[in-house]
Design a protein around this ligand. Structure first.
Ligand code: CA
Length: 228
């Protein structure tokens, strides 16, 4: 098995360097970012197995980074918090941090938590059957959709259409393509059916939650984009 890759986002250089050294010693491949924006950028462009994320960071804080990463990734994230940031801890765990450590911490404890989080991460990614965009979550196993944890009732066809758009997030899906995948090759009828079902989805999601989930690309089709 190749070495697992860990990203450390921490602006205190002493701590960042110490962690890099210790984790490297344990056989992990380590990268560090010492600024929020740089860290977020790395997290979104490169592949890591785990992220160690400080909360108080220049340019973009740890909570904001966590929120952004969680929009489309279930990667294990261990938050580092200073002693007086109890509120942040709660917020962090609520927002999907895997674990947290209060500074100053014993490196042995952090190493143990890293091993545990990596193990859980592997188990989780095997059974990961959800698609996300912003607050919207689609569960492929339970065939359920919720927005901000509130269930949305969809018909089978609406679900399939939404699923297909989410699986191809940030890619424009043509009407023909959607028709082919969601209704099947043998569908005989008007391609307007796609527009009709997009309207159903919009009234159940966009209108209800005052968001712009599905965008129209005039003359081409539809797209669901990641939130900025
Ligand atoms: Ca800091």
């Amino acid at each position: 098995m190749s070495a697992q890759k860990i990203l450390i986002i921490e602006d205190e250089l002493k701590i960042a360097r110490f962690l890099e050294l210790e984790l490297g010693h344990e056989g992990y491949m380590v990268e560090q970012a010492n600024d929020g924006r740089e860290g977020l950028n790395k997290a979104q462009t490169n592949q890591y197995d785990l992220i160690i994320l400080d909360i108080m960071l220049p340019s973009v804080n740890g909570i904001e980074i966590l929120r952004k990463i969680r929009q489309n990734s279930e990667i294990p994230i261990i938050m580092l918090t200073a002693k007086d940031e109890i509120m942040d801890k709660v917020v962090g765990l609520d927002m999907g941090a895997s674990d947290y450590m209060t500074k100053p911490f014993a490196i042995e404890e952090l190493l143990a938590r890293i091993r545990a989080a990596l193990k859980r991460g592997i188990i989780k990614s095997d059974v990961l059957k959800t698609l996300h965009v912003g607050q919207l979550q689609l569960d492929l196993e339970k065939y359920s959709v919720c927005y901000n944890k509130e269930a949305i009732e969809l018909t089978k066809r609406e679900f399939d259409l939404l699923k297909h758009l989410l699986e191809n997030k940030n890619i424009v899906m043509t009407r023909d393509k959607l028709l082919e995948t969601v209704w099947g090759f043998d569908y005989v009828g008007d391609t307007n059916i796609v527009d009709v079902y997009i309207r159903y989805l919009r009234s159940k999601i966009d209108d209800k939650y005052h968001i712009k989930l599905i965008s129209t690309i005039r003359g081409v089709g539809y797209i669901i984009k990641d939130e900025e």
